[in-house]
Design a protein around this ligand. Structure first.
Ligand code: PMP
Length: 398
């Protein structure tokens, strides 16, 4: 039966890391990673998380199942972080939130439920470009995919006119996938005024926004980075969905901590949605895992640890901003073409504007690994490698 099974295509990002790992050159740098690493190139363990973990280890409570929709304290804390404490949308009971297996799990459970609701005609509009797994998740759930314009090659910024034009042409009922902040892979975001325009358009045209927020707090701060979600909540739009992830913001990648929120027209609709989300989860993985949710809830529910977390998140963000600045300044000093746009992009990733041939040269001549699209992980830069990387980038730009 298995004899005819063909090999699945390899993941280009994971393939890059494998090539990096076997590269014997000492000066090698991996700019292809999709995680935040600190000045020493390590995935940090946040102090706020460590403190909760110590309490959990001390208490060593029995490991029963969580409810299908996850840890209630986690879901409540998530709602506050997304919508703001006391937000009218929460007071009105319009939001159904469940704990999921990472942001990816939230996208998949959300996609599955939307497919059930929308039926054979389920369509998703997705930014061009977008995170590769967006396509895979929604296509596997049975959606037809269409692109909307987003990245403008010439300015290394947003093609806002193109985006509005493409969204304006979508059929009512189309699901529109939006990156809340720190767009992956480009680093190009909308500002608050642009979000307000997009929200008005989505509402007018009867579109169904699905916001993916995987980097809350990596641009400005947790509240400001949720602008898109909060504008949608205040707009009176009757239905939208949010998938969020704590993988990056809590540096808890392997704990698989995410959440899915369906926002309905009212309390009764939210209750029906919650029952359907739970049925979808039950038939998939039954219930989520305990540990990571307890860590996140433990931090967010403590005034002291919440403040400490915001501070630690700010330090990660600050380091990224500093590396962006240093990258731009050093390249300017080396007489390279202008990279000032890197300072206008946000989050861990940037479309560097480097072409495939330049990316190949970086790897072959300098042992510097980046994606062939030119996407670099700015968080992989540090004071120890920035001079080497910028000199190499300047060389391949000549
Ligand atoms: N959305 C985007 C845009 C992402 O970049 C990622 C992680 N790379 C995710 C969702 C998924 O996050 P998680 O690791 O929590 O599944």
């Amino acid at each position: 039966i298995f004899a005819s099974v063909e090999m699945a295509p390899g993941d280009p990002i994971l393939g890059l890391t494998e090539a990096y790992l076997v590269d014997p050159r000492k000066e090698k740098v991996n700019l292809g990673v999709g995680i935040y690493v600190d000045e020493q190139g390590k995935v940090p363990v946040l102090e706020a998380v460590r403190r909760v973990e110590q309490v959990l280890a001390r208490d060593n409570l029995p490991r029963s199942y969580l409810p299908i929709d996850g840890l209630p304290a986690y879901n409540r804390a998530t709602q506050k972080l997304l919508f703001g404490e006391g937000a009218p949308v929460l007071e009105a009971g319009r939001v159904a939130t469940v704990q999921t297996i990472g942001g990816s799990g939230a996208l998949r459970v959300g996609a599955d439920l939307l497919k059930q609701v929308l039926g054979a005609n389920a369509k998703l509009a997705i930014s061009n470009p977008s995170w590769g797994n967006h396509h895979a998740v929604f296509r596997t759930a049975g959606f037809q995919l269409v692109d909307y314009r987003y990245y403008d090659d010439a300015s290394h910024g947003l093609d806002f006119a193109g985006m509005l034009a493409d969204l304006g042409k979508l059929e009512p009922g189309t699901v529109v996938l939006l990156h809340a902040c720190c767009h992956n892979p480009t680093g190009v975001d909308l500002d608050a005024a642009q979000w307000a325009q997009v929200v008005a358009l989505l509402k007018d045209r009867g579109l169904l926004p699905f916001v993916d927020m995987a980097y809350q707090g990596f641009d400005k701060n947790a509240a400001a980075d949720a602008t898109a979600v909060r504008l949608l909540a205040d707009s009176g739009i009757p239905a939208f969905v949010v998938a969020n992830s704590y993988s990056k913001s809590f540096s808890l990648y392997g704990e698989r901590v995410g959440a899915l929120s369906f926002v309905g027209a009212g309390r009764d609709e939210a209750a029906r949605l919650l029952s359907r989300i739970k049925a979808t989860i039950r038939a998939n993985y039954s219930s989520p895992a305990t540990h990571g949710a307890k860590l996140v809830a433990g931090v967010l529910d403590s005034v002291e640890l919440h403040a400490l977390w915001e501070q630690e998140l700010g330090a990660m963000r600050g380091r990224i901003h500093a590396m962006r600045g240093a990258f731009v300044d050093k390249l300017a000093a080396l007489g390279a073409p202008d990279f000032g746009f890197i300072n206008r992009q946000a989050g861990m990733f940037s479309y560097s504007g480097l072409g495939k041939a330049q990316v190949d040269r970086l790897r072959d001549e300098f042992a510097i690994y980046a994606l062939s699209s030119g996407r670099i992980c700015v968080a992989a830069l540090n004071t120890g490698n920035i001079d080497y990387v910028t000199k190499a980038v300047a060389a391949v730009c000549r």
